[in-house]
Design a protein around this ligand. Structure first.
Ligand SMILES: Cc1ncc(COP(=O)(O)O)c(C=O)c1O
Length: 322
């Protein structure tokens, strides 16, 4: 069972690719945690959410969703890419497995592709009774039972020993080096991303050519209470807003920006902009787009670490050009 407000590529994996391998997902509105509970079936293996949804900076109550997962003896998997471990550590709220696209804030420079899986070691696979591939002898790996052989590290050991071997999703050594270089400045960069964002959000929200800004720092945001609870250091330098008008106005704004680069990447030290409906989320049909809150006038910004005055000036002149 997955939140429906997730990165388009993850949505496609769950909605279209994995079903061909016999793994299906039910998508629910994460705004109400009880929706996860209602969707859980006898054969449900996990709940999946993003700490901060891509692209609309939607938040959810991780603690409540973790409690629901555990009441049903299944793990909660959290994609913490947009939050980073500097702003939120989902294990503290009950998550069992955390994943990151390291290609974002961890690297920080959009120069390498890779990901990270972290197993809390806290989930009791034996007690769950739903994971024979971990508890029973594994034919493809010397007949070991991973829970017996690796204890708390059962799942991550299986991921390395079996899945990595079979799928081949290995990290290039040079990319590992780039990620480690990036990690050293993670906190400094994220502080600056947040500082810039907290000045840009009110500027856009008060601009006459802007229809709506979706950011949890705004008092009117439906996610404001969760933002205060889970993100005391601020968050969400990737967010969306709608210009007044439609696709034509949105694209004119984008074409007039000088400092923001038109790129599908996010969480780079350089500020980025994109039109999700025609790019990152273009594989979604119009109903799916609507469900994810993405319209023709929606623009996604990824606020970088440049000087905020330069960014504000660029946004102002591009809005003026519409
Ligand atoms: C939240 C989130 N998770 C996962 C991914 C996938 O990451 P990668 O492209 O590094 O595989 C992305 C973006 O690409 C993302 O935004």
């Amino acid at each position: 069972v997955s939140a429906k407000t997730i990165y388009g590529g993850s949505y496609n994996l769950l909605a279209h690719t994995l079903p061909r391998y016999g793994i299906t997902a039910t998508f629910v509105d994460g705004d109400d945690p009880s929706n996860f509970e209602k969707a859980i079936r006898e054969n449900t293996k996990a709940l999946f959410v993003e700490t901060i949804g891509n692209p609309n900076a939607t938040l959810l109550d991780i603690r409540k969703i973790a409690d629901i997962a555990h009441a049903h003896k299944i793990p909660l998997v959290v994609d913490n890419t947009f939050a980073t471990p500097f702003l939120c550590r989902p294990f503290e709220y009950g998550a069992d497995i955390v994943v990151h696209s390291a290609s974002k804030f961890i690297g920080g420079h959009g120069t390498a592709i890779g990901g990270v899986i972290i197993d809390s070691g806290a989930f009791d696979w034996d007690a769950s009774g739903k994971f024979p591939s971990l508890t029973e002898p594994n034919e493809s790996y010397h007949g070991v039972s991973f829970t017996k052989a690796a204890g708390k590290a059962a799942w991550i050991t299986m991921a390395r020993a079996v899945l990595l071997r079979d799928i081949g999703a290995t990290l290039a050594p040079f990319h590992a080096f780039l990620f480690l270089q990036g990690l050293e400045t993670l906190s400094l960069r994220v502080e600056r991303h947040n500082y810039n964002t907290l000045q840009i959000v009110p500027f856009l929200a008060n601009h006459p050519k802007v229809k709506i800004v979706r950011h949890p720092s705004l008092a009117e945001s439906p996610y404001h209470d969760l933002y205060t609870k889970y993100f005391p250091r601020g968050a969400a330098s990737i967010f969306t807003f709608d210009v007044k008008g439609g696709e034509k106005e949105a694209k004119k704004f984008i074409d007039n920006l000088k400092l923001f680069s038109l790129l599908a990447n996010v969480a780079d030290v350089k500020s980025l902009v994109i039109h999700p409906a025609s790019t990152t989320h273009s594989q979604l049909n119009s109903e799916e787009l609507k469900q994810q809150g993405i319209g023709e006038a929606t623009i996604r910004l990824s606020i970088g670490t440049e000087h905020v005055e330069d960014l504000l000036e660029d946004l102002a002149q591009a809005l003026e050009a519409i």
